[in-house]
Design a protein around this ligand. Sequence first.
Ligand code: CMC
Length: 428
Amino acid sequence: MSKDSLTIKDNRTGESYELPITHGTIRAMDLRQIKTSEDDFGMMSYDPAYKNTASTTSRITFIDGDKGILRYRGYPIEELAEHATFLEVAYLLLTGELPTTPALDVFEHQITHHTMVHENIREFVDAFRYDAHPMGTLCSTVAALSTFYPDAKDLSNPELRRLQMHRIIAKMPTIAAYAYRHRRGLPYVYPDNDLSYAGNFLNMLFKMMEQTYTPNPIIERALDVLLILHADHEQNCSTSAMRAVGSSHVDPYSALSAACAALYGPLHGGANEAVVRMLTEIGSVAAIPEFVKRAKGGEERLMGFGHRVYKNYDPRAKVIKKLAYEVFEEMGKNPLIDIAVELERIALEDPYFVERKLYPNVDFYSGLIYESMGLPVDLFPVLFAIGRTPGWLAQWEEMLTDPEQKIARPRQVYLGEGERHYIPISER
Ligand code: CMC
């Protein structure tokens, strides 16, 4: 008998089955041969929230949650955050390799020359209510882009797919900046092709009457690093949404809009916004013990803490904590940092958090940096979305080109009523 197999004995029938083990997994479809009778549908596995189910193989991002390791295409996140640019990382995620200088030049040119959006998109953003949450504006506007690019429906052409990916990476900051300026009642700023990806985004957010906008290099780099840290995170909620919706072979704009919607939620990309609101609500270091007590009692959730995969310090949170102090040196200290650091210290010593392996995640400090950059809290998930875009697209293309993937369609365990017959309303 091969060692790489699992023997299962069905005590209902006394039958034994041998299932092959590949990469530490068994195939759920192999369970279907386990039946009590010929007309039995066969065994399924039940896994709400996919806590222990791999929905795909992937070659993009590796996470070891127990050891706190995150790598994109094999490269440790710490090295990429220190040495690479966001567009270099986007290229790496999409193609599998770091670019050479000429390849990066071409890629940067392609992204830069797709940053403009159709003027109708500007008018579309204008139509949102004056106080529209920018994440709502982003989700809808990305979906609207699909109507501008009918060629995006052709998923079989790798060059056309690449073109849409470049368009989306290029246009996300433009839409995000439009959403921000709409909310502030400010005129929209067109992209400046002479600036870097992050520099141009700052330009579109903050340019006022000056002829040309010159980004602060420390803020520009900090923003670029934050985008790198968010660029991919394997099969998280929004990426799974991107893959699931994309598996119906809808165009990538529509699929990416679904991913944005998934990211909007406070348990996912909305957590950075929730952290700042939480720290503001706590208000002082003295009020932390009472807050922690309520979190332990289940009345509150310590936002920015805990992760489905990391049962150790999130490696991204480490980089961000350091980055926070660099930004504060430039922009002045964010007063909420003292509350954050003390909250982290208390939580990391408290048996409730220690036993549950709840550590700060990527969102615990990122919101404080964004706030120090002068960005309003409701723009934070939008920044997360811009960073995550290359990851969503790389995962989308991997799904499309994977011969094992089909339209996503989970099973259920039906626990409702058996058959019953219609009763006329007068007799109910
Ligand atoms: N504060 C207090 N208790 C918590 C927290 C928290 N932040 N997170 C988990 N717990 C407790 C939870 O109550 C449960 O306790 P018990 O075993 O007594 O019932 C235990 O820890 C396990 O939690 P869970 O909810 O089963 O864990 P999960 O894997 O389903 O949830 C999570 C992961 C991220 C949704 C959750 O930890 C959470 O809600 N954190 C706060 C929101 C947050 O920061 N989200 C950003 C995640 S990182 C960015 C991203 O990838 O989107």
